[in-house]
Design a protein around this ligand. Structure first.
Ligand SMILES: Nc1ncnc2c1ncn2[C@@H]1O[C@H](COP(=O)(O)OP(=O)(O)OP(=O)(O)O)[C@@H](O)[C@H]1O
Length: 307
């Protein structure tokens, strides 16, 4: 698949540095009234410092569960979740509060609704700075700088009701990145916007990534977002299952889809492939010189399972 738009091509990973987001065999089990739901079933994910990664997946695949853990609101049942060196299985309340205040920023679908209506855009962005102890004179200057980067510097003195939906969402993004968090977590940030406003909000997210150096993980159903980032991770049944990497090619942007092989050697085969060949229960694996062949476990002659 190719597209002509030009996002930043996939950056080379720096495997020796600790990534900004590291999930290793992450498990989250919900227990309600004696019923267990395994929302994350050994999820692995690495997001390198400074990257912008989209996360996609069907409803119920575990995206919100993952974001809730990464935002420090919930703890994993097992496995490792680390963000910018912070271990998120720790239950120290003060450390979690510091983490939420300084290390991560959040942008949600209705983030604009959380702007204080009686404050201007610049005052809204200045508020988290106030909580972080930034001085009175410094705050308006820095708030305006942030709003400029996000393309809404010209409306810094307006209140939320005087802004369009896309402008409000960009101001909400300004609030999220006001204290220069290392990582921005965004959950469907363009979900309620028309395509023009989506475009502007996504462009602002990209500016936060490129100009402010924020690492971004964005959960989205919006193809405008997922098809225009260098890396899109697909999550299925609580595990990362596919990745699409995009790079600049001669005819524009070239996208290549990969299946994810986890550290234990597990692989999720696409349902379309297994369905087409009737693969189920057991399959045969044959090692060929340059690939592994996966064949039905039954011979197909008399319907009996193969050896
Ligand atoms: N608090 C909870 N208690 C019990 N089960 C839960 C809870 N939260 C989520 N689940 C279950 O965990 C699984 C993953 O849910 P999650 O909300 O993470 O999926 P999602 O990919 O974000 O879905 P959506 O796109 O619809 O928001 C689902 O089966 C869901 O029903």
């Amino acid at each position: 698949m190719t597209t002509t738009t030009s996002p930043g091509a996939a950056r080379p990973a720096a495997p020796h540095e600790e990534p900004d987001i590291l999930c290793d065999n992450l498990v989250r089990i919900y227990r309600t009234e004696g019923i267990e739901v395994v929302a994350l079933q050994g999820l692995d994910l690495r997001v390198e410092r400074g990257d912008l990664v989209a996360l996609v997946g069907a409803s119920g695949s575990g995206k919100s569960t993952l974001l809730t853990i990464l935002s420090g609101l919930d703890t994993p049942s097992a496995g490792v979740a680390r963000v910018a060196g912070h271990d998120l299985s720790s239950t120290d309340r003060r450390a979690r509060l510091r983490y939420r205040r300084h290390t991560v920023g959040f942008l949600f679908q209705q983030a604009a609704a959380n702007l204080l209506p009686y404050l201007t855009a610049a005052e809204n962005v200045g508020l988290p700075m106030l909580l972080a102890g930034v001085g009175r004179r410094e705050r308006p200057r820095r708030a305006r700088e942030v709003l400029d980067v996000l393309g809404v510097g010209d409306v810094a003195d307006r209140r939320p009701a005087e802004l369009s939906g896309g402008q409000q969402q960009r101001v909400a993004l300004g609030v999220a990145v006001a204290n220069s968090p290392r990582v921005l977590l965004a959950d469907e940030p363009t979900g309620e916007l028309d395509s023009r406003s989506s475009d502007e909000v996504f462009e602002a997210v990209r500016r936060a990534n490129e100009d402010l150096g924020t690492t971004v993980l964005v959960v989205t159903h919006d193809p405008l977002v997922s098809e225009h980032v260098a890396r899109t991770v697909g999550i299925r049944d609580g595990r990362t299952s596919t990745e699409v990497l995009r790079r600049d090619g001669e005819a524009g942007l070239v996208a290549e889809e990969y299946a994810v092989l986890d550290r234990a050697g597990r692989l999720q085969l696409p349902a379309a492939f297994t369905g087409r060949l009737g693969l189920r229960d057991r399959v045969r694996l044959d090692l060929e010189p340059d690939h592994i062949a996966v064949r039905p476990g039954h011979d197909g002659v008399d319907g009996k399972e193969g050896a």
